[in-house]
Design a protein around this ligand. Sequence first.
Ligand SMILES: [Zn+2]
Length: 239
Amino acid sequence: MVRAALALCALSLTAVNAFGVVANNSLRRLHPSIQRHLSRAAEEISSGNDERGVVLARAAMVPRQIRVSFSFNGVRSSRKGMLLEQGRRALKSWNDAIGAEAFVEASGRADIRVIFQSEVYQGSRRVAGLTSVSRGYNSRGDSWVAGEVAISDRGVNGAELTGAQVRKILMHEFGHVAGLDDVGSSSKTMGSVRSDERHVEVDEESKAALRTLQATTEALLSTASAPTSRAPVIFKFPN
Ligand SMILES: [Zn+2]
């Protein structure tokens, strides 16, 4: 059995200065650092610092493409095929949910390195997954995200996780990569992993939050006078 202690997830993002409060409910599903990026972008643009505002808004957006590599550290050879399959299924689920091929598996250089490990720790605390990403935007106007996702192969009692559990952790961590925050309910993509985890997909709340992120950043960019010819986001959200 997988205990609740494994149902912990941790995330660190490049710190930005705290500023303002975002009121919209969907935006509250976004990670606090993304909310702060948006608040600060709005403040900079309304103060006439359009270029700074555009940088902040674009850094909050989900990039056009996120190259993801998979590797293993201390995982039994017989597990690797299953883990890789779950990783690929998680990428596909996210792409299906957002209506774009945003997450792409890369064999070489990657934006996000997914490392399957037998155990994952945040400090001394055992966690199911750990995502650490930085965000920004380059001189060509493209948003980028870079970092690492560690996925545990085993529960706190040492037993290997089921495929559905591993995929839930992957789906959850990719949600963090896209900018989502944790939620309390284990039935949600951004909730914890269950001992009887089964069907895992991107829930409507997560999609709504990313739609709101896209709409908010587009609205901010449209009000700025700085050049905004390249919109880095391509999420389509067909539903
Ligand atoms: Zn989490």
